[in-house]
Ligand binder design. Structure first.
Ligand SMILES: O=C(O)CCC(=O)C(=O)O
Length: 276
């Protein structure tokens, strides 16, 4: 009787375990980081809330133009399939293809962008690091913008821009790679899209008429830790964390600051006047 009871328990245990296996697989499925690994201990900034509208590929071009193009940011999910581009952006592949090419780094502050030129492999192996909390913007080097379009053309040609180009504009691409906790402090310019290829990036936005309160040489991380918690309700930004494969659209002259949660690879499409 007792043996039979134990047997039943064992069968119940085996059946439960077999049912549990797919669950283990689901929860342990890791997002592919393309080799751009981030240690848990280096993730200083949190994901935060999202109060920006999120739309998917059911967003028509007409609705994009009416509702967002000239008035509001929007997060776009699954609007262009950049899986092939993502494969080209693995750490191994980028180092193999572009390791010897020079890249121009900018300091991560708002008004004075100092530039330094280094081989891409030096940036990846020596400079690309988690942000130190006490480092100021002018002490932080960031790879974004200033791309050599001839040397990186084979990569850029594979990137699919979001399918919502504004009338009479064309997209100029900008490629970036940066460590956890890094980011660009508040600034503004023309409209564009910014897609995350690997990692996650938190965006903070304010409309043109509401200049955010920030110190131009503080990093976004310092602003998040020191200023953001003290903002009055009416001074809080629009914000959202953009995940791998998602893009955010920012309209003309909207203030924005960025913060990489993980080591991130990202592409912006700046929409400028069409050149005939
Ligand atoms: O992606 C970033 O960290 C910077 C992007 C940015 O500020 C921009 O697109 O203007």
């Amino acid at each position: 009787m007792a043996a039979c009871y134990v047997g039943k328990c064992i069968s119940v245990f085996i059946v439960s375990f077999l049912l549990y296996i797919p669950t283990i697989k689901i929860y342990s499925r890791k997002i592919d980081d393309g080799g751009w690994h981030t240690n848990e201990d280096d993730i200083i900034a949190t994901v935060g809330p999202c109060n920006v509208e999120i739309r998917d590929s059911s967003l028509s071009y007409d609705e994009f133009i009416k509702k967002y193009a000239y008035s509001y940011p929007v997060v776009l999910k699954d609007v262009s399939d950049n899986s092939l581009f993502r494969e080209l952006c693995t750490k191994e592949n980028l180092l193999q293809t572009f390791g010897n090419k020079e890249v121009k780094l900018s300091t991560a502050n708002t008004y004075s962008y100092e530039k330094v030129i280094v081989p891409f492999s030096k940036y990846v192996n020596e400079i690309l690091k988690p942000q130190k909390l006490d480092a100021l913007g002018n002490e932080t080097q960031y790879m974004f913008g200033d791309n050599n379009y001839t040397e990186w053309d084979s990569l850029f040609r594979v990137y699919k821009q979001p399918p919502y180009i504004l009338p009479d504009t064309e997209g100029i691409l900008s490629f970036g790679l940066a460590g956890p906790g890094t980011g660009v402090p508040f600034h503004w310019h023309g409209p564009g899209f910014a897609e995350v290829i690997y990692g996650r990036k938190r965006w903070f936005l304010y409309p043109p008429e509401k200049t955010p309160s920030f110190h131009p040489n503080k990093t976004t991380l310092q602003w998040l830790m020191e200023d953001y918690p003290n903002l009055h309700e009416q001074d809080r930004p629009l914000e959202c964390t953009i995940n791998q494969g998602e893009a955010i659209y920012f309209p003309d002259r909207w203030w924005h600051g960025t913060l990489n949660i993980d080591t991130s690879v990202f592409v912006s499409t700046f929409l400028g006047p069409e050149i005939f």
